[in-house]
Design a protein around this ligand. Sequence first.
Ligand code: KIV
Ligand code: ZN
Length: 516
Amino acid sequence: MSDKIFIFDTTLRDGEQVPGCQLSTPEKIEIAKELELLGVDVIEAGFPVSSPGDFQSVMEISKVITNPTICALTRAVENDIKVAAEALRYAKHPRIHTGIGASDYHIKHKFNSTRDNVIERGVRAVKYAKKLVEDVEFFCEDAGRADNEFLARMVEAVIAAGATVVNIPDTTGYCLPLDYGNKIKYLFENVSNIHKAVISCHCHNDLGMATANTMAGIQNGARQVEVTINGIGERAGNTSLEEIAMILQTHKEIPYHSNVDSKRIYMLSLLVSKMMRMPVQPNKAVVGRNAFAHSSGIHQDGVIKHRDSYEIMDPSDIGIPQNSIILTARSGRAALNFHLKRLGYSLNKEELKEVYERFLVMADKTKDVKDDDLIMLMDGEVKASPIKVEYVQVLCGDPIQAVATVDLKIDGEIIRRSADGNGPVNAAFRAIDKLVGEKLEVIEYLVQSMNGSRDTGKVHLRIQKDGIVYQGFGVDTDIVVASVKAYVDAINKFPIAVLKQMVRPSEASAAVVANS
Ligand code: KIV
Ligand code: ZN
């Protein structure tokens, strides 16, 4: 058996299912192109039958990606499979990923069915998919909690029906590494035709064991891993790509390898975090801000004397710039362009001129400009946003009642609202609520310093409206302004029809909220 591990990236499917992390088709295309450069073998681009947006994304990604296989998810339902094949029609290497529940929890409670019946449905789905594409992957959902004997029967049946890859998901993140590894081993020992297919691991991180389980799967014969950038995904997320790639690269004693160009990991981690408005936890393995930061005196001393004393990886292996960016207000356009290119932005002369002007304003305020700052500079203001923040003024203190005035630009018209509140942020949000005619529900609000300095603050927040969660992000040297930007960023993500209905610049709507 080959020791090559196929990297199946599902950032754009399982990762994108996270509430508030939805991406537009152009954003997905940008990530897909970076995934191709990273060297992944398969890109799961979406679940075409689930929405017109997913269908469109799978189709557009199929057109522009050359090397990796493009995969589309379906249920074991004919129409899903037919729609997936249509979405994949431009793919150079298309794959349909179909499947059904394998645990009794799913068989009895989700499908109200029997073990024999789900096998039959799975086999039918594979046979139908095989008529439309050559490469068919089958997922045995909740395999982590499935009875191994039954699972082996299911795997054998779908391989006999033509499945080229069989996915053994630990859907609920329940398995212990030893048990998951033994499950894969059991399949290799008890499925007569197993060598006709690649066995794939798809682990969730509910108990923090996704990476350990995936490694156990590899060590027992699995040769494909289903992963996401930064480990994003449903609930506690999926196995993270960067962890698996760096385990394979760092542990020289194990024979497995992947095609991942590890030097592109850091940049892609920043890109996904920024696009999905999903901050990376500072202590996240491999890509967290603190992953290579030694703060204790003993560690610092050890690293200075000999790097290997406390570091098992070199930050440059994942593309963290060595002589961290030195960009200041005195840096020229070429230096700025160099670092923007490194972060994946390519600008024409005119765009660079415009960005350079904003860069100088920022550099003046923040002294030295770091990667986070540059990303904010490029994406902090989404040009196509329907609502823009024009002006923010607050009066606050103790014992003063906080008052805020906010000007927002909508369809070229500047509208001003003022409100009081129990603090400056609350007052500013209330002023915006007046504009949208509704008191919005903030369910999470996080302020952090940018780059650990006190110069700039970044705000991540989440608003819930009609049961849907919208994420917002804002950065500014003033944290109230950053909060307003984040609030408006989240509002800008409301569906356009909802937004149009809400935003009534008339004083009448302002009065409704003022009295609420
Ligand atoms: O976690 C899971 O079981 C999945 C399947 C749909 C592959 O994401
Ligand atoms: Zn999953």
